[in-house]
Design a protein around this ligand. Structure first.
Ligand code: IGP
Length: 261
C-alpha cells in the first residue's frame, strides 16, 4: 500500500461525503461550534509537551489496538498529563473515524488534533464541524499554493495547524508559509521507514519562535529525552502509547525523563 493509494482513496471519500447538500450541513455545524481550544498555547507551556495519539491501525503495522477502547485511552492520556490528543480520522488505512474525534473532544479538556490527509479546502470546515482544534498539513503531499490556502482557511476557522515535514526543503516551505508549529516526521511516508535522527538533522532549519514537534517512532523515555535534547518542544507518540498497559504512566515518564517498563 502506498501513499498514492491513500491519497486516491481520500479524494474519493471527499467527493462522496462532501458533495452538494452535505456541505451545507457541514457549514452549519462548523459555524455553530464553540471557539477551538488553543493547541499552540498548550504545546508552548514549557518542558517537553506530549501529543498522545489515538490510532487503531496503520498501513505499516496493521492493527495496533484490537480492543480499541478509544474513550478509555483518551481519558488515560488526559489524566497522564498529555498536552494534546491526536486522533486519526482516516478510515481505510488507519481505521479512524470522525466520530472518535467528536466523542473524545467531549470527554477531555485539552485540545484535539485531527490527524488525516488534508488535501481539499472542504476538509477544513469539516474538521471544525467535528470538533477539531487543530489539523495536520503534510508538506510532502501539498503544493505551496494549496498549503497556503488550507492554512489561510484554517486560520479563518480558528484552527491551529501542525505542519509536517520530512526533509529540509519541506521544513523551509512550511516556515515560508508562516507555520508556527512544525513537526518533523521520523517516518518516511513513502517507505514507512523510521529514522529517529531525522528530527535531530532537521531541527536546525525550524526557525526560532516556531514550535518543533518530533513525530513517530518514539518507543521509550530514552527516545523522548533524545528528542528533547535535540530541541523538541513536543513529541507526538502513537503506537507506543496505544500498546502500553498504562499510557498515563508512560506519558509521565516521557515528560520527566524517567525510564518506564
Ligand atoms: O505511532 P507512531 O510511530 O508513534 O507515530 C505517530 C504519528 O507520528 C504518526 O501516526 C503519523 C505522523 N504523520 C502522519 C500522517 C498521517 C498519518 C499518521 C501520521
Amino acid at each position: 500500500m502506498s501513499l498514492q493509494e491513500i491519497l486516491a482513496r481520500k479524494r474519493i471519500d471527499i467527493e462522496n461525503e462532501l458533495l452538494g447538500g452535505l456541505m451545507n450541513d457541514i457549514e452549519r455545524r462548523a459555524f455553530s461550534m464553540p471557539a477551538p481550544r488553543d493547541f499552540y498555547g498548550a504545546l508552548a507551556a514549557g518542558g517537553l509537551s506530549v501529543i498522545a495519539e489515538v490510532k487503531k491501525a496503520s498501513p505499516s503495522k496493521g492493527i495496533i489496538a484490537p480492543d480499541f477502547d478509544y474513550a478509555k485511552i483518551a481519558s488515560a492520556y488526559d489524566g497522564g498529563g498529555a498536552e494534546a490528543i491526536s486522533v486519526l480520522t482516516e478510515r481505510h488505512f488507519f481505521q479512524g473515524s470522525d466520530t472518535y474525534l467528536a466523542e473524545i473532544k467531549e470527554l477531555v479538556q485539552i485540545p484535539v488534533l485531527r490527524k488525516d490527509f488534508m488535501i481539499d479546502e472542504r476538509q477544513i470546515l469539516e474538521s471544525k464541524a467535528i470538533g477539531a482544534d487543530a489539523i495536520l498539513l503534510i508538506a510532502g503531499i501539498l503544493d505551496d499554493k494549496t498549503m497556503r490556502k488550507l492554512y489561510e482557511l484554517a486560520q479563518e476557522s480558528g484552527l491551529h495547524c501542525l505542519f509536517e515535514a520530512h526533509n529540509e526543503a519541506e521544513v523551509k516551505r512550511a516556515a515560508d508559509c508562516g507555520a508556527r508549529i512544525i513537526g518533523v516526521n521520523n517516518r518516511n511516508l513513502k517507505t514507512f521507514q523510521i529514522d529517529l535522527a531525522t528530527f535531530e538533522q532537521l531541527r536546525k532549519f525550524i526557525p526560532s519562535g516556531t514550535l518543533a514537534v518530533a513525530e513517530s517512532g518514539i518507543a521509550s523515555s530514552g527516545d523522548a529525552q533524545y528528542m528533547r535534547q535535540a530541541g523538541a518542544d513536543a513529541i507526538l507518540v502513537g503506537e507506543t502509547l496505544m500498546r502500553t498497559e498504562d499510557p498515563g504512566a508512560m506519558i509521565k515518564a516521557f515528560k520527566e525523563g524517567r525510564r518506564c517498563q
